[in-house]
Design a protein around this ligand. Structure first.
Ligand code: GAR
Length: 202
C-alpha cells in the first residue's frame, strides 16, 4: 500500500517502503515467500520487479498473477556484462532500491555486483561458509553432517561469499536424500529470507 495509507489495524504507515527487485531462474518459491510476506501492512519492503534469465521460469507467472512487473531476458549468446547491464537497466527503471537474488543461477559480473554492493542479498541452501556453489545437500549428506541449513548473505564479487546476515539450522534425518533435505531446507528458507530482508531494509 502507499505511504500514509491506513493498514487494517488503523495504524498509519509513515515510512516509504524499500522497493525490491527479485531475480529468479526457476520455481521462485523464495520469491513467493518474499512476495506474500510483503502483503503484511507493516512489511518494510515491497516488490518492484521480478526478473529472470529464463522466460519459462515458473516464478514469473506467480509474480504476474499478483500484479508484480516481470521481465525476462535470456542470457544465451549474450556477453555476461551485456546481459547484466540489461538486467540492471530494468531494475533501475522499475525504481528498485534493493536486489534480492532468489535461486538466480547466474554468476554476476563484477560491474553489476559493484553497482548493488550493500543493497543486494542472496539466499543459499547451506550453512555458509560450508558448501558454496551447487549440490549443497548431497555434499552435506556425504560429509555425514547432522545439521544442514540455509544462509542469507550480502552479495560480493566472490560466489556465495559475502557477509552472512543470518542462518537457519535444519536437522538432517537419517534417511534423508538430497531431495528430501532440499525440500525441508526450503521451508526454513521461506521463513528466513522475508525476515532478514525486512530487517535489512528497515
Ligand atoms: C533455493 O533453494 C535457493 O537457496 C537456491 O536455489 C533454490 C531456488 O529455489 N539457491 C542457490 O543455490 C544459489 N547458490 P526457488 O526458485 O524455489 O526459490
Amino acid at each position: 500500500s502507499r505511504p500514509g495509507a491506513r493498514n487494517p489495524t488503523g495504524q498509519q504507515r509513515t515510512m516509504a517502503r524499500a522497493k525490491v527487485a527479485i531475480l529468479i531462474s526457476g520455481a521462485g518459491t523464495n520469491m513467493a515467500a518474499l512476495l506474500y510476506a510483503a502483503k503484511a501492512p507493516d512489511c518494510p519492503y515491497e516488490l518492484a520487479l521480478v526478473a529472470s534469465n529464463d522466460p519459462a521460469a515458473e516464478g514469473l507467472k506467480i509474480a504476474a498473477a499478483e500484479g508484480i512487473a516481470t521481465f525476462a531476458q535470456p542470457h544465451k549468446n549474450l556477453d555476461r556484462a551485456v546481459h547484466d547491464a540489461m538486467m540492471h537497466d530494468r531494475i533501475v527503471n522499475a525504481g528498485a532500491t534493493h536486489v534480492a537474488l532468489a535461486g538466480y543461477m547466474r554468476i554476476l559480473s563484477e560491474a553489476f555486483v559493484q553497482k548493488w554492493e550493500g543493497r543486494m542479498l542472496n539466499i543459499h541452501p547451506s550453512l555458509l561458509p560450508k558448501y558454496k556453489g551447487l549440490h549443497t545437500h548431497q555434499n552435506a549428506i556425504d560429509a555425514g553432517d547432522k545439521i544442514a541449513g540455509c544462509s542469507v548473505h550480502l552479495v560480493t564479487a566472490e560466489l556465495d561469499d559475502g557477509p552472512v546476515l543470518a542462518q537457519t539450522e535444519v536437522a538432517v534425518l537419517p534417511d534423508d536424500t538430497a531431495e528430501t533435505l532440499a525440500a525441508r531446507v526450503k521451508f526454513a528458507e521461506h521463513q528466513l529470507y522475508p525476515r532478514v530482508l525486512a530487517e535489512y531494509v528497515a
